[in-house]
Design a protein around this ligand. Sequence first.
Ligand code: GLU
Length: 473
Amino acid sequence: MIVTRFAPSPTGFLHIGGARTALFCYLYTRHMGGKYLLRVEDTDQERSTSAAIDAIKEGLAWMGLTPDGEPVFQSHRFARHVEVAQQLLQAGKAYKCYCSKEELDNMREAQRQAQIKPRYDGRCRQRQEQPDLPFVIRFHTPAEGEVVWDDQIQGTIRIQNKELDDLILVRSDGVPTYNLAVVADDHDMGITHVIRGEDHISNTPRQIHLFRALGWPVPEYAHMPLLHGTDGAKLSKRHGAVSVLQYREDGFLAEAVNNYLVRLGWSHGEQEVFTMEEMIQHFDVKDVGRSAAIFNQSKLLWLNNQHMKSLPVERVAAELLYQLRRLEVVQEVEETLLHALVLGYRERTRTLLEMATMVSHFFRESAEPYEEAAANKHFKGEIAPAFGQLVAGLQGVEDWQAASIEAVFRQVLAESGLAMVKLAQPVRVALTGRDISPGIFEVLYWLGKDRSLLRLQRGLEIIQQKAALLANS
Ligand code: GLU
């Protein structure tokens, strides 16, 4: 059985790079069958906050990447980490180092002068017990040989042992260090595959040494290429490396964000749009590429629109309602209207935020303020007679059904000789404030007779004012 873990350090929100690591762990586990666990690496007690832990869990939940089982908190496992260090000490694979800071500084200075790479020279390996002196516990790294592993993404990686220091396992204040904690936790959690960012490659040879020294099976490793912005630099806040939850606020669907992230470094033929089921079906960590993945906002927008169009209307409607509530446009919307709005607008918008903004006039008293360019373009004096005729005709419609509404339009068009768009565009602006909307009969139907006529009257007033200006000029 495959067991993966996502192991964030809770010093901030779940950003897009972390979410991608979590997604790859999740997909690989679901594809192979197994468990996907969360380990909160909160050993840096000063920088880790419970707000960050909540934000990470919330981010994962929104992405649909909720881990299997309860999270493991690294900070709760100090005693176990120290126990593992003691085990290495007793087996002679680790030793107490009594070097003072001054002694270490002198050692490094001497190395610098001799032009050799500064590193701990292992001088305490043979030292007698010094019961009165403070000490750190160091791992006894083999002097010769190399560490080799077949990275599932990067290929074979070899590191010479002489490149590695005698790693500190427990500091002089008794606190275990990062690499020791990771190895003990990965072992105790039964992790079979460590999927993480390539910034951790330098830790891997040290961790493999520890696994071997403890007689534990070494997991498979897969180091993912890091995300970069379009300018080639490592992804940072400047590129929009914000919390994944910000993407929700900005009107993105989790389905689109996951789809977008999976394609950063992984592909399946020419396919671009994937459902979660398809990703699970095809994903294999071995197929992830090695080159840096570039984060590109316009592709994310395109994918978001694809998912808005292909997902069940209920799913998109739920996110639209989320936006409408968040923007304080309206708290409750009748389901049929909400669905009609999604169906009417999803071809025309790329995010749910855009959609919510465009439909918000439905829930307001008036369509004003109009989009300036749209009003200038379509509210023309010339249209006043036909527009006036339309308003009068619509007043007479009793049943307010699309067919009866359309009949009035047809009649006005026939009498005035105007093309449909000439009349429909100013009507659209008067009704919705913009010149982009679903079918005009549908909009009239959804607004209802009273509100439609109020808005049309107001539009007519403006058009008539323009006509009067025309007449005087
Ligand atoms: N806590 C580490 C990080 O957030 C991950 C360590 C690991 O995956 O082994 O970068």
